[in-house]
Write a protein that binds this ligand. Structure first.
Ligand SMILES: [Zn+2]
Length: 367
């Protein structure tokens, strides 16, 4: 896949291509009529008006049809009119939260690329994950939401997020989806992508219900490529044979903006990273400038073979006070021994990368 591909002035959240390995089901929305956009490529917009309302595919969201309490009865969507296509009110770029300025130049400047900057922020949600990505055009993706609805509410306000175009749940554990409930309520996401395995908690039920109310379209991760404005979002579906375990079915996301790349893979454990490597997935190959430590720096996450493929330049450990020993000395040693620059949200607060299409970037931390 050519990573130098230049896309300017993207038109919102739209799937570009959808490979379908592993027999993944596509939601009805994925069959929306194609609309030619760029030379020779199939493309379609994610429906975000009434056309998409009926397309809510609860089976995709609740996944492998564990019938019962985790599949709430369908609700009639409301607030149809509010979901006009990509109504993004992008508030001022970032809250004034940066204090410490760190380097960031992995390649010589001057390589052509899309204009403007992509922003990738690892929000300080305590023990949990939440990554906010904004395109130069103001399109917004939120990957996970931490474990606290209150905290997520504060962060959305602090960062001026009023609309989320693409919401991703890497998996259904509470430290990843609880905050998404609040984010879904206040930002009415256009599209929601998850691993297709229903959670078994009330929190999951609430999330599905709130997204239903918002008229959000559901898709199961199936290696979609989404245009978030001029930022390319590559969804990395879990490899085949992972069973039903939530961590091992974490959805990966690769963010590309010209020569810049960031990779986040939720709480994927060694088995899943091995699966991706065995499938020789181009999306997990580095070098990448920005990378999220797997599973908050747990011992069963990052491993030598995986990091040798990903080749991260910077790693962000999204972690808070916890009794699991995160981040573990093993994980920290792995990063240290490879010269990977380490950021930690528990010590530095929210960590922000602003990157240009030529691959250069600036990292700032809240404290
Ligand atoms: Zn987690």
């Amino acid at each position: 896949m050519s990573r130098g591909e230049k896309k300017q002035g993207g038109e919102g959240v739209g799937s570009q291509t959808s490979a379908e390995p592993n027999g993944a089901t596509r939601s009805p929305a994925a069959k929306t009529k194609p609309r030619p956009r760029r030379a020779g490529r199939r493309a379609h917009e994610v429906p975000s008006s009434s056309a998409g309302r009926g397309a809510i595919d609860r089976s995709a969201a609740t996944g492998r049809r564990r019938s019962g309490p985790s599949d709430p009865a369908p609700r009639r969507p409301r607030r149809a009119d509010l979901l006009a296509v990509a109504v993004v009110i992008c508030m001022s770029v970032l809250a004034a939260c940066s204090s410490q300025l760190d380097q960031g130049r992995s390649k010589p400047a001057g390589t052509a690329g899309p204009s403007g900057e992509v922003t990738v922020q690892f929000l300080d949600v305590g023990q949990g994950d939440s990554v906010l990505v904004r395109s130069p055009e103001g399109k917004t993706m939120l990957i996970d939401g931490g474990r606290s609805t209150e905290r997520m509410g504060e962060l959305l306000e602090q960062h001026g997020v009023q609309k989320v175009d693409l919401m991703v749940a890497s998996h259904a554990d509470a430290d990843h989806i609880a905050g998404l409930v609040e984010a879904a309520r206040t930002t009415q996401p256009t599209l929601f992508i998850n691993n297709g395995i229903a959670g078994t908690t009330r929190t999951w039920e609430r999330l599905v219900a709130v997204l239903g109310d918002a008229g959000t379209q559901f898709q199961k991760a199936s290696n979609q490529v989404i245009n978030l404005g001029s930022v390319k979002v590559r969804v990395i579906a879990p490899p085949a044979g992972m069973g039903d375990d939530q961590n091992e079915n974490s959805v990966g996301i690769r963010v590309e903006f010209g020569e810049f790349a960031a990779l986040m893979t939720g709480d994927s454990e060694t088995k899943e990273t091995q699966g991706w490597l065995a499938e020789n997935r181009a999306e997990v190959r580095g070098p990448v400038q920005v990378y999220k430590s797997i599973h908050h720096g747990a011992a069963n996450g990052d491993n030598a073979a995986w990091l040798a493929a990903v080749k991260p330049e910077n790693v962000v450990i999204s972690v808070g006070e916890n009794s699991y020993g995160h981040p573990t000395p093993q994980a920290l040693d792995l990063y240290d021994s490879r010269g990977i620059r380490i950021y930690r949200t528990d010590r530095q607060g929210t960590v922000t990368f602003r990157a240009k299409g030529d691959g250069t970037y600036v990292a700032t931390t809240e404290r």
